[in-house]
Design a protein around this ligand. Structure first.
Ligand SMILES: C[S@@+](CC[C@H](N)C(=O)[O-])C[C@H]1O[C@@H](n2cnc3c(N)ncnc32)[C@H](O)[C@@H]1O
Length: 223
């Protein structure tokens, strides 16, 4: 497990505390359509931190070509029907370039600036000139306790939120699905637009715009 992160509950967990069986049950909530609308048909996509392929599957079904990367062997083993690579994002160096490099799930909010730069360097290395990097970022106010959301057989709770200097938060996320419960302690850092733009510049990318009015989905391009 990484510092400040951990997970409990049935089945295997990744080093960032994500539960493999929970992600296998997680629904798609429109992310695929948002991504599809931002790219050309039959795009070559590098998906970083793919998990069980929750988003890989619909992107493949939409006709894109996806190479799916995750550091967890248990996660990539569940990604069907496409090339998968088991690697940390920071260490990945393929001799190929992609139309889209996708890094969602708030991975850019890792609370360690050097690690964030390593992730962004990997994004920059693998995007073709003129291509797109899409990031899903966490925003201030997203993590507050108590948060309880219930829908059908699912319950989601945010608890034990701890604010630390430098816009860093620790929090516990607890998911219950059909009576099975997983919890994950996360450590994240919210970024100002200036911080994110500056780090993108350091790796040779430019913050272009946002796909959503709330600025969660960030589009960057080669500088
Ligand atoms: C919260 S899960 C989300 C998975 C998927 N993106 C989704 O939306 O369903 C985050 C995934 O990113 C992977 N991950 C986190 N940090 C990583 C890193 N530095 N290198 C490779 N994989 C990483 C974890 O193993 C986990 O599978």
């Amino acid at each position: 497990m990484r510092v400040g992160q951990g997970g409990d509950g049935p089945g295997p967990h990744t080093p960032d505390g994500s539960a493999v069986e929970l992600y296998e049950l997680a629904p798609v909530t429109g992310e695929d359509e948002l991504i599809n609308a931002a790219i050309e048909p039959a795009s070559r996509i590098l998906e970083l931190g793919c998990g069980t392929g929750r988003i890989t599957r619909p992107l493949l079904a939409l006709g894109h070509h996806v190479v799916a990367v995750d550091e967890s062997a248990e996660m990539v083993a569940r990604v069907p029907g496409t090339e998968t690579i088991r690697s940390t994002i920071g260490d990945l160096r393929l001799d190929r370039r992609f139309d889209l490099v996708l890094m969602m799930s708030f991975l850019v909010n890792v609370a360690d600036e050097a690690e964030r730069l390593r992730l962004l360097r990997t994004c920059a290395h693998h995007v073709r000139p003129g291509g797109t990097v899409l990031l899903q970022q966490q925003l201030p106010g997203m993590l507050h306790a108590p948060t309880v959301r219930e829908k059908g057989n699912r319950r989601f709770v945010v608890s034990d939120v701890e604010q630390r200097p430098g816009n860093i938060q620790a929090a516990t996320l607890t998911h219950t699905v059909d009576g099975r419960t997983w919890s994950q302690r996360i450590l994240t850092q919210n970024l100002t637009e200036e911080q994110l733009a500056s780090q993108l510049t350091q790796v040779g990318l430019t913050l272009a715009d946002y796909l959503t009015p709330d600025r969660t989905w960030v589009r960057a391009r080669t500088a």
